[in-house]
Design a protein around this ligand. Structure first.
Ligand code: FAD
Length: 512
């Protein structure tokens, strides 16, 4: 067992460069005698360049690796993201009833010593107001096109919780520059072969331009190609298309109608006949894509749906078609190679889990780092945790589909078929019929999404929980009603205090 002295990261997309920055920071790569980190990336192959929505965990990651917010916003054409708006997921466009719901990033309001609001919302304490709109100000602020934090003083105590939308190409470039200042060595070369030693571990990678490269630990960030973990080491891929059906994407970038058009501070996810569109507003353009199931529609029809959604701005533009292998590897760390990013798996980008999973895997490698070269127990722990994380995210994504009332297309009918719902999710839904989700339903360190995210989606999808608890166990109805009223009043203050989203972004750009 030789100590780990050299890490070789193969691939320079979001996964490769984020892992490089994080490990360089954690392992102090610049110091004398520290672990050396080299990243090799192919200039020919390039990056996938589509992951543009994030979860609030990204803020902790940026701060940990030492990239400040203003620089990030300036260099990545970034905007603020306060949540996701889901259009037509419950029922098709035009059907009677609410046409959307919101998944905000802020937690439901909880005063110290005050009641937990959800059970009282279920008792009707907020009237007919949907849970997400009743329990936090965020939906109201986002609906008014205001940002999540202020730039000058005011009464409002924010900020509201938020993540970002950004340009994926620019983000990889920023991380690349930053990683090198942290001591990471960059090599531009294409890996053409991977050689194994007598025990089946990776011995070297053979590149066209830079010859043979070796590391004590290899990190496979080669995207869907999975050049090391898949092609060389044969770690099996678990396809989950029987649960999550979408397997293609058509993506397009379009300008705003006017340069001063309001920028939505949330991702707009609109359900269509065989999938859904994402609509992400950056500072200078929108990124829009239709993710759909090739079993339920054709590429030609998907193109029509995407153009129908975008309208005139799509004229003269050709969308990029991406074929997606949906699922993950149950074993993501094999001998001396660990996969991070798309090489480890891909789940549809409904709740921005891709970058969240990269963050989680990178933290795990950093915190469990096998300095002494004893890889096997670390690999075992890593594999168990990442598999559990993937399973929980699959359940969370499926939650968005399986409660739909849509019956307009086989895609939606099959999505609500219990046979397509993982048993773990079916069990939780069965419990939540009689009581709302509680934090004890979740093992925090294995979850990407907090309990409130599950609650917002569950009740946004109009799930019915019949409270069986004795009303005597819920004695704070009046306090809860007052709290809901206070939140409603604060909404107006918040909108007065918080700047329009575009003005907030412009403020950061001017500061540069
Ligand atoms: P890539 O970006 O593909 O990078 C692979 C790297 O490996 C490149 O540098 C390439 O040059 C290099 N490489 C490959 N082969 C070789 C070789 N032989 N030799 C040397 N180098 C090599 N995630 C989110 O969090 N939010 C979203 O909104 C989101 N939307 C998405 C939408 C779509 C349609 C798709 C497909 C994905 C989306 N994702 C999203 C996922 C996200 O894009 C990825 O998780 C993220 O970009 C990381 O990709 P990566 O670095 O693993 O792979």
């Amino acid at each position: 067992m030789a100590p780990i002295r050299n890490i070789l990261i193969v691939g320079g997309g979001t996964a490769g460069w984020l892992a490089a920055c994080f490990l360089a920071k954690m392992l102090g790569a610049k110091a004398d005698g520290a672990v050396q980190i080299t990243l090799v990336e192919s200039p020919e192959i390039g990056i996938i360049g589509v992951g543009e929505g994030t979860f609030p965990s990204i803020r902790g990651t940026l701060s940990l690796i030492g990239i400040d917010e203003a620089r990030f916003i300036r260099e990545c054409n970034a905007t603020f993201k306060q949540g996701v708006r889901f259009n037509h997921w419950v029922r098709p466009a035009g059907a009677p009833g609410p046409d959307h719901y919101f998944h905000p990033f802020s937690q439901p309001s909880q005063r110290p010593g005050g009641p937990e609001l959800l059970p009282y919302w279920l008792m009707g304490a907020a009237g007919n107001v949907p849970f997400a709109a009743a329990a936090t100000l965020q939906k109201h602020v986002a609906d008014m096109s205001h940002g999540p934090k202020r730039v000058t003083d005011g009464d409002f105590l924010g900020p509201l919780n938020y993540a970002y939308h950004f340009d994926a190409g620019r983000f990889a470039a920023l991380l690349c520059t930053h990683a090198q200042t942290l001591g990471v060595r960059r090599v531009e070369a294409t890996v053409e072969d991977v050689t194994l030693d007598g025990e089946g571990a990776i011995d070297s990678v053979v590149t066209r331009e830079a010859g043979v490269l070796r590391g004590d630990l290899y990190i496979d960030c080669t995207g869907f190609r999975a050049r090391l973990i898949g092609e060389a080491l044969g770690s099996p891929f678990r396809n989950i298309s029987d649960t999550l059906f979408v397997d293609r994407a058509l993506a397009m970038q379009v300008p705003y109608e006017r340069p001063d058009a309001p920028i939505p501070s949330y991702t707009i996810s609109t359900a269509h006949e065989a999938g859904w569109t994402w609509d992400i507003g950056l500072h200078e353009r929108r990124g829009i894509g239709y993710v759909y199931s090739s079993r339920h529609t054709s590429d030609e029809r998907a193109d029509e749906v995407l153009r129908g959604y975008i309208g005139k701005a799509s004229e003269g533009r050709t969308p990029r078609l991406l074929k997606l292998n949906v699922g993950y590897r149950e074993t993501q760390w094999v001998k001396n190679c660990v996969a991070i990013g798309l090489s480890s798996g891909f789940l549809e980008p409904l709740e921005s889990s891709g970058i969240g999973l990269i963050e989680a895997a990178t933290y795990l490698v950093g915190f469990l780092f096998p300095h002494d070269g004893n890889l096997a127990p670390v690999a075992k722990t890593f594999n168990a945790q990442m598999k559990a994380r993937y399973e929980r995210i699959v359940d969370f994504i499926k939650l968005h589909y399986c409660l739909t009332q849509r019956r307009d297309n086989a895609f939606w009918i099959e999505n609500a078929d219990p046979a397509t719902i993982p048993e773990s999710l079916r069990d939780q839904l069965a419990m939540w019929r009689a009581r709302p989700p509680h934090r004890l339903d979740f093992v925090t360190d294995l979850e990407m999404y907090p309990p409130s995210s599950w609650q917002y989606v569950l009740y946004g999808m109009e799930f019915a929980t019949t409270l069986h608890a004795n009303r005597a166990a819920l004695p704070e109805l009046d306090a809860a009603k007052r709290e809901f009223q206070t939140i409603a009043q604060l909404c107006h203050h918040a909108v007065k205090d918080l700047p329009p989203h575009r003005a907030l972004v412009d403020h950061y750009l001017r500061r540069g």
